[in-house]
Design a binder for this molecule. Structure first.
Ligand code: ASP
Ligand code: MG
Length: 469
């Protein structure tokens, strides 16, 4: 069985022009692949609007809520009117979407009354964008003589009850997905599945986390033993740097799962970080392609990517961070300080992005998201109260407004001199490096710099290393 799963992201289905473009791509691929599954995101910005309407409702801002709902309604109605030629089909589709919108309005009203929105309620509401869009895309495909049917992923993807960040049960999902989608394949249909959502075994709607439609595509591909997954977006693939920072950022023709995993972890908005999990085990190639430039091949992501370029594949950044330092001479040689420090951090709920300890053992520093700052400091101070009182630890403090710059490339493995070139480039640009870490995978080097130096740091590393290779 020759199956391809294609996912279209928010901007690829963000207005009628884009949806038409996406549908053309589906029609073309339908000719080559025996079975085709389409996974759609909500129209760009709709998930945000849905979430904000629920929040406004909870805050008692009825007018704001109604405005947000009205904007969502108008956008979908306009898109349907622009896309669907047959009056009859249009009526059916508009009625269908109206039903979703009515449901949505009812939910928002009850949130308004209760003055609170639960994570479970938020999932029902935030998945509405995908549910409406799958209907639109399927109807358009039918109008182009491509047999298609909208499918709600709650029929296919079974998850636990971690609302807003649900974890799929792969065995159960496999069974359901095959049961729902295989009969559609046999009838020659293209299933148009809602991204982002799933459901508990009892059928309660869940979502896979923001940006989760990529993950949906990978889960379905795994469940269907697909040959490949194609992620359609609005750029020419995975880029070597953020094009807003680096004008010469270029699409990477091939990249490995390990590298793309680091990239996603280190802030590049290429793929939902969990996307590669289902495909890695099967060594299923994943492509990132541009809906608005479909003739371009894009980026191929696979287990053993063959590098055409040099040692470094990409430079990426994470913003809004703080570097937190626990320092004191009394820490020298005392076992358990690091364990207790990180235990305290874990209790505060903050995730640690980077750690380093100087070998003199006089400080431990870690990088955390800035919004967790004070909580983390409080927790560590509480844990270390005795050491602070005794003066073994001098202070726990945070430096705000820092960023992590990560240089990624499996080509730097066991290749000496890469870090020298990185620091050389930064030195030439007069950029101060606050902290450094290299993962033992040797796929990446991360450094912390001041937020104000971020753009220049990325540009100088990109220019000195990525562009010359
Ligand atoms: N619509 C969802 C979001 O905006 C999921 C996705 O687009 O991948 O987070
Ligand atoms: Mg996305």
């Amino acid at each position: 069985m020759n199956t391809l799963v294609m996912k279209f992201g928010g901007t690829s289905v963000g207005n009628s022009g884009a949806i038409r473009q996406a549908a053309e791509i589906v029609a073309t691929q339908k000719k080559t692949w025996e079975n085709l599954v389409v996974v759609v995101s909500a129209m760009s910005g709709v998930t945000d609007q849905l979430i904000s309407s629920a929040r406004l409702a909870a805050q008692g801002d009825r007018e704001g809520m109604q405005q947000a709902l009205q904007a969502v309604t108008a956008r979908h109605q306009q898109t349907v009117n622009e896309l669907i030629p047959s009056a009859q089909e249009r009526e059916i589709l508009l009625a269908n979407i109206q039903q979703r919108l009515d449901e949505l309005t009812t939910y928002c009203h009850s949130i308004h009354v209760l003055g609170e929105v639960t994570p479970r309620g938020m999932d029902v509401i935030s998945s509405m964008g995908e549910r409406m869009n799958a209907q639109i895309v399927a109807a358009l495909l039918r109008s182009m003589a491509v047999p298609a049917q909208a499918v709600e992923a709650s029929q296919c993807i079974v998850t636990d009850r971690t609302f807003q960040n649900a974890v799929p049960d792969m065995a159960a999902s496999r069974e359901k997905t095959q049961k729902v989608l295989l009969p559609l394949f046999h009838q020659g249909f293209v299933p148009v599945v809602t991204g982002f959502m799933g459901a508990t075994p009892e059928g309660v709607i869940t979502t896979l986390g923001r940006g989760g439609s990529d993950y949906s595509a990978a889960i379905l591909a795994d469940c269907l033993d697909a040959a490949e997954v194609w992620i359609w977006t609005d750029v020419d693939g995975v880029l070597s740097a953020d094009p807003r920072l680096v004008a010469n950022a270029r699409p990477i023709p091939e990249i490995s799962f390990a590298e793309v995993g680091e990239l996603a972890y280190f802030g590049a908005k290429v793929l939902h970080p969990k996307t590669i999990r289902p495909v890695v085990a099967r060594n299923m190639p994943l492509w990132v392609k541009n809906t608005f430039n479909p003739a371009f091949s894009g980026t191929r992501i696979s287990q053993a990517a063959v590098h055409s370029g040099g040692m470094i594949t990409a430079v990426t950044t994470i913003k809004h961070l703080s570097i937190l330092t626990v320092e004191g001479r009394g820490m020298l040689g005392v076992p358990g300080i690091a364990a207790r420090t990180f235990g305290a951090v874990a209790r505060s709920g903050a995730s640690v992005l980077m750690i380093s300890q100087s070998s003199s053992e006089q400080s431990i520093c870690m990088v955390i998201p800035s919004d967790h700052n004070q909580q983390v400091i409080d927790m560590i101070e509480e844990e270390m109260a005795l050491e602070l009182a005794r003066g073994d630890i001098d202070r726990v403090w945070a430096r705000d407004q820092v960023v992590i710059v990560t240089i990624i490339g499996s080509g730097m493995r066991e290749t000496p001199g890469v870090s020298a070139r990185v620091f050389g480039a930064l030195g030439k640009a007069h950029i101060n490096v606050i902290a450094i870490a290299q993962g033992s995978s040797e796929y990446s080097i991360s450094l912390v710099v001041d937020q104000k130096d971020m753009a220049e740091a990325v540009r100088s590393i990109h220019a000195e290393i990525v562009e010359v290779e």
